[in-house]
Design a protein around this ligand. Structure first.
Ligand code: ADP
Ligand code: MG
Length: 354
């Protein structure tokens, strides 16, 4: 049996070292909020912070970041910028995922009752192939005026992400897995992905399995999103569907995403935005990065600290209605963080159970 979700051994005294990649845009300020909260509650985590120069014309910073993740096993990440638009300079975010062979991405999209949205009671897990497909970044101009871009789908990666999705569904008590594809047009590539998921589904008779073409999937999502449970898809569809689902749940600022391989786990805001336009203005929603840090604490087995922050975040949004403008609120980023810390205080001092 394949061993996934490897938890690194505790370092001295039960503390964990974790790589922190603040990235660009709103990444550094959001990391600052996470560090404030961790410090306040005494979370047993030591961050190893690595800044990656977006203007660098070499990948030394990235290589160093990857080395630290290999050592620590776990990383909290903002979106890394690549300033160069030259075709030969690849996205550092993609390179990081490929280098660490993090073939599965998990995005949990659950409604916050306190956020006003058209659709209620959504609880979807998107599982996305995270290392190939259209993100193979193999493009070239075969003859002048003709660009070819390769979408790579392999049986082995389709198999492991499908198995990941079904195992995930089983472990988390979910009922249904939906494979999303365009196999009617991309008969070989998406066909392989779909066929593989159907074959893997046979090993999980307790789970319902169906499939849906990506176009219909988008229509269903914006009209009746409650029908979805666990969704399995290739890389590009995953990026688009993630944004659709986050959009109907309140935007880019709330949900977090998890990158998994067999050996490493990287946690980040779910829609992977840089937020360049809103950086430094004290308006960015800090929740997505805080949720990513909660996922990270859970991965490391620090459930008390994870539950404490989660309860404080939920109360801040759902009961106190203290939110940034992207969620229709009037609070600044720092006011939201202060409210979360006040709520943590409430839970700790009054020993209120959460
Ligand atoms: P990209 O990184 O793909 O360039 P952007 O940074 O432009 O994407 O983000 C897309 C949209 O989501 C923008 O309107 C941005 O302001 C918004 N956004 C992203 N993250 C947050 C956040 N944490 N809080 C509020 N708005 C956000
Ligand atoms: Mg983007």
């Amino acid at each position: 049996v394949r061993k996934v979700h490897l938890v690194p051994k505790a370092h001295y005294g039960g503390r964990h070292a974790v790589t922190m990649l603040p990235g660009g845009g709103i990444g550094p300020e959001c990391m600052g909020y996470v560090r404030d909260i961790f410090k306040y509650i005494g979370a047993p985590v030591d961050f190893e912070i690595v800044d990656i120069d977006p203007n660098a014309d070499n990948d030394d910073d990235l290589k160093y970041a990857i080395t630290t993740i290999k050592r620590n096993g776990v990383c909290l990440k903002g979106n890394i910028e690549t300033k160069s638009e030259a075709a030969y300079v690849t996205s550092r975010n993609v390179a990081l995922r490929n280098e660490l062979d993090m073939y599965a991405y998990v995005l949990h999209c659950k409604s916050f009752p306190g956020v006003a949205t058209r659709h209620k009671d959504i609880d979807i897990h998107i599982i996305r192939q995270n290392t190939e497909g259209e993100y193979a970044m193999l493009e070239h101009e075969s003859v002048k005026g003709v660009i070819e871009s390769m979408k790579v789908v392999t049986a082995s990666n389709s198999e492991r992400v499908a198995r990941f999705a079904f195992e995930f569904a089983k472990k988390n008590g979910r009922k249904k897995v939906t494979t999303v594809h365009k196999a009617n047009i991309m008969k070989l590539s998406d066909g392989l992905f779909l066929e593989t998921s159907r074959r893997v589904a046979k090993d999980y008779p307790e789970l319902e399995h169906n499939d849906l073409i990506i176009d219909n999937c988008c229509m269903q999502l914006v009209s009746r999103p409650q029908q979805f449970d666990v969704m399995l898809m290739t890389n590009l569809y995953g990026s688009i569907v993630s944004n659709v689902v986050c959009g109907i749940l309140g935007g880019a600022g709330i949900h977090s995403g998890r990158n998994y391989g067999d050996h490493y786990a990287v946690f980040e805001p779910g829609t992977r935005n840089t937020g360049t336009a809103i950086a430094g203005k004290n308006v960015a929603n800090p929740i997505a990065m805080i949720n990513a840090s909660i996922d990270m604490l859970e991965q490391l087995g620090h459930h008390f600290h994870a539950d404490l922050i989660k309860a404080a975040v939920d109360k801040t949004i759902n009961e106190d209605h203290i939110m940034t403008p992207d969620l229709g609120g009037q609070a600044s980023s720092t006011q939201v963080v202060e409210a979360i810390i006040d709520n943590i205080d409430l839970y700790m001092k009054n020993k209120v159970s959460f």
